[in-house]
Design a protein around this ligand. Structure first.
Ligand code: RB5
Length: 156
């Protein structure tokens, strides 16, 4: 699977660890930065990664900041993105089964590496249920997006 990966400085170490983990699992990783622990602004990295997902250049995205909160708020501003902040296995599973999340948000300062790897593994392996009630709910979100005018294509 082609996966867009991005972080700020708070998620940099975890991003580097997950890049190796994802490569070892056989995935193709597009690394959208950041490339050092120096302080940066998470939208500058999260938005390009999410656009790659929204535009179909990557199938899924994983975005990481210190808590995962800023990354998640940002990701959900990109049209077509359904981003889920997952810090436990159950939420991770449901984010795919119910919400068809296409971006996973993680917090580099609030979770251990082994938990993060387990969450990533579950998230990549779990399919959307496709249930009518979930499609209906997601369609309502899509309808709100369609009535908004925020941009999708220009570079950050
Ligand atoms: C950066 O210090 C921190 O605010 C950021 O990584 C993230 O946690 C924001 O939500």
């Amino acid at each position: 699977m082609d996966i867009a990966l991005a972080s700020d400085h708070g998620g940099f170490q975890l991003k580097e660890t997950l890049k190796t983990f994802l490569n070892d699992l056989g995935h193709q990783v597009g690394d959208f930065g950041t490339n050092s622990p120096d302080p940066v602004d998470y939208p500058d990295f999260v938005i390009p990664a999410c656009r790659a997902v929204a535009e179909g250049r990557c199938e899924r995205g994983i975005v990481i900041c210190g808590t995962g909160i800023g990354a998640c708020i940002t990701a959900n501003k990109v049209k077509g993105i359904r981003a889920a902040l997952c810090l436990d296995a159950y939420s991770t599973q449901q984010s795919r089964i119910d919400n068809n999340a296409n971006v996973l948000c993680l917090g580099g300062r609030v979770m251990g590496v082994e938990l993060a790897k387990e969450i990533v593994r579950i998230w990549l392996e779990t399919e959307f249920s496709g249930a009518e009630r979930h499609r209906r709910r997601l369609a309502k979100i899509q309808a709100i997006e369609a009535s908004s005018t925020y941009p999708t294509t220009e570079r950050c």
